[in-house]
Design a protein around this ligand. Structure first.
Ligand code: SF4
Ligand code: SF4
Length: 83
């Protein structure tokens, strides 16, 4: 998995699309983000951290759990993990 967008919270600001270094995210016709290439995600957390609406959830694979922890402490938000 990669970024999951909560379209009820998303304000279509485009920040996550702009921040993604891997072009995982693209814009839909209504400017909402589309997770176009989920397997290209390297879980950098940029979309998750910079979303002003907290509309992004990252589902990181289990091998990423230790890397992802600093983001959770810094932002007091929890990253869902697959087990
Ligand atoms: S940064 Fe957040 S609010 Fe802005 S388009 Fe992306 S998901 Fe939506
Ligand atoms: S975690 Fe990083 S690579 Fe993955 S979708 Fe978000 S910004 Fe792109």
């Amino acid at each position: 998995m990669s970024a999951i967008i909560d379209y009820d919270k998303c304000t279509r600001c485009g920040t996550c699309i702009e921040r993604c270094p891997e072009d995982v995210l693209a814009a839909n016709m209504d400017k909402s983000p589309l997770v176009k290439y989920p397997y290209e995600c390297w879980y950098c957390g940029a979309c998750y951290i910079d979303c002003p609406a907290q509309a992004v959830t990252l589902e990181a694979p289990v091998f990423m759990q230790f890397v992802a922890k600093p983001y959770e402490f810094a932002h007091k938000r929890q990253i869902k993990r697959e087990y």
